[in-house]
Design a binder for this molecule. Structure first.
Ligand code: ME8
Length: 517
């Protein structure tokens, strides 16, 4: 293994009861962008995604589909694999909780928790939501329209009474509070940390961690008839993927603890309370951060299968092109906030920032070079104050972008990049290179050289969000070295390099017609 610094980032593993939709694509996209960013910035990255395949919800879905649970899992898990391909995700591993290595890993974790005295046998009598795969106390429930009891998420609940093993969650309350107070960016955004903190400060009950009324799960070691509660099984995937229980393995040594667990706000409690509690009990190092992002709605409505308004990422990619989809999802909404998807905003955002913005800047510049500089990158003469100013900011832009990426503030990172594209646009308007051809061709060369180098650097920085399009821009400029160590002086364009006739990279998108909206 190299001695580059490590970066380990994970997505939630998705339930296979549902086909992938835009929400799943969103979380994994955020991780993909960070993973790509870190690789370009010199890190050894481990980027993990996968599927969560056990539990009552999956067992019932398989039953409904009339096939065996594993066959059902194989089928839907493959669809998530296809989504990863269609979205150009760069995961290093795709884990499935039905893999043998995972069963061995979570059974080992169970034994460690048991040996350390954190597990005891009792029985559970209370409310359970199969849709959420979560236990709820009476006081958390609300009444539905017909008087039926509902979880705070709106999911139906059912009464469960069964023998069960429990985890001594209540004994870890103080340690958890200490964690939130000493490591304030353990949960981001900050408002989510406060939410978790007050939940824990309100008192914790021990957690039921095995089920006996169905069988689709990892067997509890040495306890016939018990399968593990699906969340202990699911969370442990983050350890399995880096080699647990072999804590001496190179990958565990290198990558554990994880740098970022990226999740949606719906599963915050599991990741920011239960997960650190299991790890604390097992004496394992804690992840550095749990980032809980917001929720997408579709034209103002909750996305749900029953409403029939699920946004199909495959269809979006077919309609608008992959990089536009990638860009829109992370640029439109401040990361952490809820967002509303609309085709109108999609088309407006992409046309403004991509086709008119960076697309126009690079197409104009490259066409001027191709036409006026004999199809080759022009020489750079002596630099004016304005040239130096523009180059200097772009040479250091990565520092600002990195600072935002380290807080998962994607929208701010892109805003900073696009601000520089706008600065380059103003530079063109002031310098008017098209007028210089006759009056001062040497100066025209310098202006076009400066612009081309700015575009080179913008394209290098845009690779994480739009890998294919950035690559096309860099291909047109004949840039082969594309890591962040090539930014600034280090990778300046070489004058005299022949370029091909430029082709537009960011097509203009059409506003949807009335019938489509
Ligand atoms: O919870 N907007 O799996 P899951 C934004 N298996 N994100 C959304 C979304 C939306 N409308 N809908 C879904 C599980 N997501 C467990 C996780 S991890 C050890 C186990 C995303 O299939 C978001 O990341 O229900 C959310 O947290 C996740 O999908 C839930 O996926």
């Amino acid at each position: 293994m190299s001695n580059r610094p490590a970066f380990y980032i994970t997505t939630p593993i998705y339930y296979v009861n549902d086909v992938p939709h835009i929400g799943h694509a969103y979380t994994t996209l955020a991780c993909d962008v960070l993973a790509r960013f870190k690789r370009l910035d010199g890190y050894d990255v481990q980027f993990l995604t996968g599927t969560d395949e056990h539990g009552q919800k999956i067992e019932r879905s398989a039953e409904k589909a009339g096939i065996a649970p594993l066959e059902f899992c194989d089928r839907v898990s493959a669809r998530f694999g296809e989504l990863a391909e269609a979205m150009n995700f760069s995961q290093d591993q795709f884990i499935r909780t039905t893999e043998e290595r995972h069963k061995a890993s979570v059974q080992h974790l169970w034994k460690v928790l048991e040996d350390k005295g954190f597990i005891y046998e009792d029985s559970y009598a209370g409310w359970y939501s199969v849709r959420d795969e979560a236990f709820y106390s009476e006081s958390e429930l609300t009444s539905g329209e017909g008087g039926e009891k509902l979880a705070p998420t709106g999911a139906p609940v059912e009464w469960v009474e069964e023998p069960s093993y429990f985890f001594r969650l209540s004994s870890l309350q103080d340690k958890l509070l200490e964690l939130y107070d000493s490591q304030q960016d353990f949960v981001l955004p900050r408002s989510r940390l406060n939410e978790v903190r007050s939940f824990v400060a309100g008192g914790l009950e021990d957690l039921s961690i095995s089920r006996t009324s169905f069988s689709w799960g990892v067997p509890v070691p040495g306890a016939d008839g018990h399968v593990m509660y699906v969340w202990i099984d699911a969370l442990a995937n983050y350890l399995t993927a880096v080699g647990y229980p072999d804590v001496q393995s190179d990958s565990y040594q290198k990558f554990w603890p994880a740098n970022v667990h990226m999740i949606g706000k719906d599963i915050l409690r599991f990741h920011a309370v239960y997960w650190p509690a299991f790890l604390l009990a097992a004496d394992l190092p804690l992840p550095q951060r749990v980032f809980a992002h917001g929720w997408w709605t579709n034209e103002g409505q909750k996305i749900s299968k029953s409403l029939g308004n699920v946004i199909d990422p495959f269809e979006l990619i077919d309609s608008y092109g992959l990089d536009a989809v990638r860009f829109y999802l992370l640029r439109e909404v401040p990361f952490g906030n809820d967002g509303d998807f609309s085709r109108q905003s999609f088309v407006q955002r992409c046309n403004a920032d991509l086709s008119n913005g960076i697309g126009n800047l690079s197409q104009r510049t490259l066409s001027m070079i191709f036409k006026n500089c004999d199809g080759a990158l022009p020489p750079c003469g002596s630099l004016s104050v304005e040239d130096k100013e523009l180059l200097n900011t772009i040479d250091h832009l990565v520092d600002e972008v990195r600072a935002h990426m380290n807080k998962q503030a994607f929208h701010k990172a892109f805003e900073a990049i696009w601000k520089q594209a706008a600065a380059a646009d103003s530079y063109i308007s002031v310098q008017e290179p098209w007028k210089l051809k006759k009056t001062d061709p040497e100066r025209m060369n310098t202006v076009l050289y400066v612009l081309a180098d700015v575009i080179r650097q913008l394209a290098i920085l845009m690779q994480p969000i739009m890998p294919a399009s950035s690559s096309k821009v860099l291909d047109q400029l004949k840039v082969t070295r594309r890591g962040f160590d090539q930014l600034g002086e280090a990778g300046r364009l070489v004058a005299g390099t022949a370029i091909d006739k430029p082709v537009g990279v960011f097509p203009r998108l059409e506003l949807p017609s009335e019938d489509d909206t």
